[in-house]
Ligand binder design. Sequence first.
Ligand SMILES: Nc1ncnc2c1ncn2[C@@H]1O[C@H](COP(=O)(O)OP(=O)(O)O)[C@@H](O)[C@H]1O
Ligand SMILES: [Mg+2]
Length: 457
Amino acid sequence: MTGTGSIGRRLTLLLALVAALLSVLSWSMVTGLSRQAVARTQDNVLAASATTIAETLRSEQGEVRLELPYSAFSMLGAISQDRVFYRVSAGDRVLTGYDDLPSPTGAAPGIGQVVFDTGDYSNETIRMASVTRLVLAGGQPVPVTVTVAQTRSGVSTISADLSRQAAILSVAFFLVAVGFSAIAARTSLRPLNEIAASVSRRGPSDLRPLRRDAPTELAPLMLSLNRLMGRLGQSIRRSEDFIAEAAHRIRTPLATVRAQAEIALRSVGDETEKRRLRQIIRAVDESSRSAGQLLDHATVIYRTDDLALSPVDLAELVGQTAAALEPTAAMKEIRLDVAATPARVMGDPVLLDNALRNVLDNAIKYSPEETEVSIRVTTKEDQVHITVTDEGPGLGDGPLGALTERFRRGDDTQGIVGSGLGLTIAEDVLLAHDGRLDLKNRDGGTGTCVTLVLPCS
Ligand SMILES: Nc1ncnc2c1ncn2[C@@H]1O[C@H](COP(=O)(O)OP(=O)(O)O)[C@@H](O)[C@H]1O
Ligand SMILES: [Mg+2]
């Protein structure tokens, strides 16, 4: 059977694709956010540093003075080992620090407000923070601007570090997600596999509707499967009905033909005529028997479809069946030796009788005259064995399993009426009862040993 690929694999692939997309997205988000956070931290420290310096500004004898507090720079060292620059200027006059440090461009800083900017200084990118304060110098308020700057390489390293860690986490997340996707795909496909398994576990004639809880998505499949099985069962039943009906309609006129032939046999004197009439009677017997077996087989299949189980005492059943075949055995002076221990099973008595009758009929039919057929009922652990042993020719050297096939007869059955359905019926009945039919040649001497094995109730 050629498939169109695996649903499981397709589902896993799709989920993995989604996981990959989410991984990349989360990685870029984490990277962006961490870069922002690091930048903001640097800004905050720069602002704090500039403000601290600005707070030390005071005027002394009309001059602006300041002390550079150590803490103002040490806090910058806390975030990275980047180089730090500063400048304090009153208007255009640089009071202290690096004169060539660029001043923050953009909006003119309001008094007490911190302004940030990014620029280039001595071939490196720097981040600057400026704050302006008014200082009284010579009776005049003079705006003094404190600018603190720091290079960004350390900060970039931190950002890159965080980004790498986020990448590792994203890859791990992706791998875990792929694993879960595979599990999820398998779990969601499990009901489908279970249904397939339960259908393939069934016996060939088990057409009961599937009664199992299935996810809603599978309900249409189950429904059409059950409908199909219903239709199939119906058409099988119809053909079995047809066989039964046909067999019945054949048997009745055959009985008439046989009766007429018997009467004719008695009234004719000519030997050739008599031989012909005997041939007719034999042929009629054979057809009638085949029709009977077909009817039985149809009944067996019909009844095993839904077995009506009731407690059956096998000792009693064996006694009855043996009694029913006693006259046939007596004609060949065959002795039926029945020994049965009470054994109870759950089963369909009509079917069990039919199975045993076919086996017993074979034993009588294929045995020579004046022999013995023994029937034993024994209990072994949780099984009941009905063993029928005869002193006939045995089952031959061919494969024994083949004898239970439909219409299969043995090699040396010439002259013995039969249809090849007896063992088929017996086996079907036993299989329907969760039992089996064991065929073997009798060990020690010739003969056949057929065992009907049934589970105890
Ligand atoms: N007790 C037996 N002794 C010898 N052969 C047997 C016996 N039972 C069955 N067989 C062989 O198995 C074949 C199949 O049996 P069965 O299905 O009952 O068909 P049949 O209508 O020929 O009896 C028979 O044709 C016969 O060759
Ligand atoms: Mg038979």
